[in-house]
Design a protein around this ligand. Structure first.
Ligand SMILES: CC(C)(COP(=O)(O)OP(=O)(O)OC[C@H]1O[C@@H](n2cnc3c(N)ncnc32)[C@H](O)[C@@H]1OP(=O)(O)O)[C@@H](O)C(=O)NCCC(=O)NCCS
Length: 196
């Protein structure tokens, strides 16, 4: 995603090649020392929830280390987006011709960077990695979108990476009022030029 380096004010301060990605296993130790500034996201790693997600195959969590420090984590899973959320958007106008209820997607259920490591480019590198996972896996199964239920304070971050807001349907507005999050998507097809 070339767009990454162009739209952010801050350079990527860390060396992305030194980031290490370690899957969270059901027998991994709970993580207590992580603080991204959001209690729910911190608690997910130290309560049983993360283990339950792994056991039940609801989400795959990856811990991200930099020079031995736990700097971030993310959780992704399969999902789909109802087509009314994007059918008026550029690139999706022919959706009604297909017998599809929803558009196949990968959801970023959680993404968190430790406060000591925020604003250094780690979030961007993680999104890029997840987008490449989608692109690779789309050789074997349908994946058109990368989705996130974005918190208001992170809208700017995702927009700079090329994510768009879905159509403000009644359902979407209801969710926004209830949870304060908006559904945003990145179109994996825009990465077709990277296919080998
Ligand atoms: C949002 C988050 C994942 C971004 O990760 P990051 O590694 O700090 O992001 P990067 O360094 O790659 O990019 C930071 C850029 O995003 C912007 N940004 C948008 N929202 C931000 C936020 N909540 N915190 C920090 N930066 C944010 C910054 O202004 C910066 O842009 P700039 O370079 O043009 O100034 C991280 O700040 C975080 O974990 N926040 C707390 C938890 C959270 O909100 N998670 C998202 C759930 S939807």
């Amino acid at each position: 995603m070339d767009v990454i380096s162009k739209l952010f004010l801050h350079e990527i301060e860390i060396d992305p090649t030194k980031l290490e990605f370690e899957p969270f296993y059901t027998d991994s130790q709970p993580v207590k020392s992580f603080d991204c500034g959001n209690k729910d996201l911190n608690d997910f790693l130290c309560l049983d929830e993360v283990r339950e997600y792994e056991k039940e195959l609801f989400g795959k969590t990856t811990l991200v280390y930099y020079k031995g420090n736990l700097v971030a984590y993310y959780t992704i899973s399969n999902d789909q987006l109802r087509k009314e959320y994007v059918k008026s958007h550029h690139g999706f106008s022919k959706l009604s011709e297909y017998h599809l209820e929803g558009i196949p997607a990968i959801t970023i259920g959680r993404l968190a960077v430790d406060t000591n490591w925020q604003n250094k480019g780690i979030g961007r590198v993680i999104i890029q990695r997840i987008a490449m996972i989608c692109l690779d896996n789309s050789k074997y199964l349908g994946i058109r979108l990368l989705l996130v239920q974005a918190k208001e304070e992170a809208f700017n971050f995702y927009e700079k990476l090329g994510f768009k807001f879905v159509v403000e349907t009644k359902r979407e507005n209801k969710r926004y009022r209830a949870k304060g999050t908006r559904t945003m998507y990145f179109d994996i097809k825009s990465l077709d030029y990277l296919r080998t």
